[in-house]
Design a protein around this ligand. Structure first.
Ligand code: IMP
Ligand code: MG
Length: 176
């Protein structure tokens, strides 16, 4: 068990299992986009580690770009999604793969998909390491998914609890 901001977290998904999921997704993407050069569009800050590992395992010439939205405060979603860094015009007519750490309510991803669509890409797909199906309020198609998880707060591998925990190589779950 570890403590972050005085709250207890238990080990949940170990580093090996994460890397296996990343490799599985990277292989799928390499196959699905054979002979293409997709853009990996990471949603900051949470997706930085997943995107970095994923990009290294994709056997294609990929472009890498980032955007930034935020909706979380502490351990729960505020329901309001704010844009902090916009989408590059360079994704026009490109195959875009939006890379997210986690889809929780799906509100951020709905906003992200609209912002990406406005730039007129050739196609849009979503890759998310984690998904909480019980928290979902927006209908979404996650083409590439690492793990479906329980509706409990998690940290590590890019995910933070009020700024802490992003650099942990494995994922921890809040103990209730
Ligand atoms: P959504 O808009 O509710 O789907 O929330 C998505 C964003 O909230 C994610 O991209 C994360 O940055 C953050 N988030 C959602 N669930 C968690 C969690 O369990 N731990 C840390 N951050 C989370
Ligand atoms: Mg995120």
């Amino acid at each position: 068990m570890i403590f972050i901001h005085n709250r207890p977290f238990i080990p949940y998904i170990e580093a090996n299992a994460i890397q296996e999921a990343v490799l599985r997704i990277a292989s799928q993407i390499s196959k699905d986009y054979a002979d293409e050069a997709p853009v990996l569009l990471g949603v900051l800050n949470g997706a930085f580690m997943f995107l970095s590992d994923l990009a290294k395992k994709i056997d294609l010439p990929v472009d890498i770009s980032f955007m930034k939205v935020a909706s979380y405060s502490g351990v729960s979603s505020t329901g309001q999604v704010k844009m902090h860094l916009g989408v590059s015009d360079e994704i026009r007519d490109r195959h875009v793969i939006i890379v997210e750490d986690i889809v929780d309510t799906g509100r951020s991803m709905a906003v992200v998909q609209n912002l990406v669509q406005e730039k007129k890409p050739k196609s849009i797909a979503v890759a998310a390491l984690l998904h909480k199906p019980d928290a979902l309020v927006e209908e979404l198609d996650i083409k590439y998914l690492g793990f479906s998880i329980a509706d409990k707060f998690v940290v590590g591998y890019g995910l933070d609890f009020d700024g802490i925990g992003r650099n942990l190589p494995e994922i921890f779950q809040l103990k209730d």
